[in-house]
Ligand binder design. Structure first.
Ligand SMILES: [Ca+2]
Length: 189
């Protein structure tokens, strides 16, 4: 008579193997809000005073309460973001910039829009998607095209997020009231 043995592998061993091979790695998204002014402060600020980052750092858009604005093509505004929520040694794979913005001039023929960008460790500007504006009412973007990134965050890492107005989208003017930064990193790499 054949003796069939069954082996049960404890779940704890399976988990250990999966952890060792990285198979359980998962992504974590953290808010990285603006926390100081960055390389560029070329836009104007509502009230014509105060730090630029303090006009756009809200978690919830506060519309016309405070904002940065411009109607000059090529002008940039950027902010260093708070990376304290990202543990040192984490591999960052995505950066998102989520604006809340409005057109200044209601005239239909006056086109209005802007692009986002980021800057890692003082390196080159990496330009992102275009956000078109058609209304003087603030639009709060809940999603945006992510920047794909691949770097390991350490204690010296700096990240700026910002906005600029391309030629042709400046005529109607742009107000930005919030520029929310998000970073996605992989845990267990
Ligand atoms: Ca604001």
């Amino acid at each position: 008579m054949k003796n069939v043995r069954r082996y049960a592998i404890p779940a704890s061993i399976i988990a250990s193997v999966l952890l060792a091979t990285g198979a359980l790695a998962f992504d974590i998204v953290v808010n990285t809000p603006p926390s100081s002014d960055g390389t560029y402060s070329q836009w104007d600020t509502s009230g014509f005073g105060g730090a630029h980052w303090s006009k756009v750092d809200e978690q919830l858009c506060n519309d016309g309460t405070d904002y940065v604005f411009t109607s000059t093509a090529g002008e940039r505004d950027s902010y260093l973001v708070d990376l304290s929520g990202v543990p040192n040694g984490s591999r960052v794979n995505e950066i998102r910039v989520l604006p809340c913005a409005a057109k200044i001039n209601p005239k239909v023929g006056m086109r209005s829009g802007f692009r986002s960008f980021y800057k890692l460790n003082g390196g080159p500007n990496v330009n992102g998607q275009t956000f078109n504006l058609t209304s003087t009412s603030f639009v709060n973007w809940a999603s945006s095209t992510p920047f794909h990134a691949d770097f390991v965050k350490d204690e010296n890492t700096t990240l700026e997020i910002g906005v600029y107005v391309p030629a042709g989208l400046n005529a109607g003017g742009v107000k930005v009231s919030k520029l929310k930064g998000e970073v996605r990193y992989s845990d267990g790499n």
